[in-house]
Design a protein around this ligand. Structure first.
Ligand SMILES: [Mg+2]
Length: 201
């Protein structure tokens, strides 16, 4: 037991302090959606999108069906092309690791209407909860280091940051685990067209 304690990474301990009540991704998405009204939401592929669909399907949701890692890139393009709308990206730690260059691109473009939330459960949830290397990383600090205003979800008012006239990165630490959310029974074409129609209403 002592041996295990010695091996425990201090960052891992910090993560546990942040999670507090064994919250999983679905709970995190529910908390996020409590602050969403008419914002455009781009959601990471796999279980995150399934859980968002199950919690609250809306015309303003864009569910990723492919292209893991590119939710932030889609959100960035959308924020730049729709400056009058607020864009919220619900991303994952594994997806961020797959496209870390997006941090630099987002900082360089500095979209004032983009809020980028990364749910860090330290796992590739949709493929069976294998550990990611983000398990012991402070993603907030990494985003902060490239110059994006960064926060931990536990310390902020999400609505205030969305309404703020700056780009924000938010790390939402939670535990691994998938809910029983069903597969999304919408076609990719329908998801895209419904979303685009909503933008142009
Ligand atoms: Mg994850």
């Amino acid at each position: 037991m002592n041996y295990l304690k010695k091996r425990e990474n201090p960052f891992q301990y910090c993560l546990r302090l942040n999670t507090g009540d064994n919250m999983q991704r679905r709970d995190a998405i529910e908390k996020i959606m409590n602050s969403i009204d008419d914002e455009l939401v781009i959601c990471n592929i796999g279980f995150p999108s399934r859980e968002l669909y199950d919690i609250e399907d809306r015309k303003e949701n864009f569910y990723m069906i492919g292209s893991m890692g590119l939710a932030s890139s889609i959100g960035l393009g959308l924020a730049l092309s729709q400056p009058e709308k607020d864009v919220v990206v619900i991303d994952g730690d594994g997806a961020l690791l797959m496209n870390m260059g997006s941090l630099v691109t987002v900082k360089a473009c500095n979209p004032r209407n983009l809020t980028w939330i990364v749910i860090n459960n330290g796992a590739y949830g949709s493929t069976g909860n294998q550990e990611t290397y983000a398990k012991n990383l402070d993603l907030k600090e990494i985003a902060d280091s490239v110059g994006i205003k960064s926060h931990n979800f536990t310390t902020i008012s999400l609505k205030r940051l969305i309404e703020d006239d700056e780009c924000h990165f938010i790390e939402f630490n939670c535990e691994p685990g998938n809910s029983e959310a069903p597969i999304i029974d919408l076609t990719p074409e329908f998801i895209k067209e419904r979303f685009m129609n909503r933008i142009h209403e």
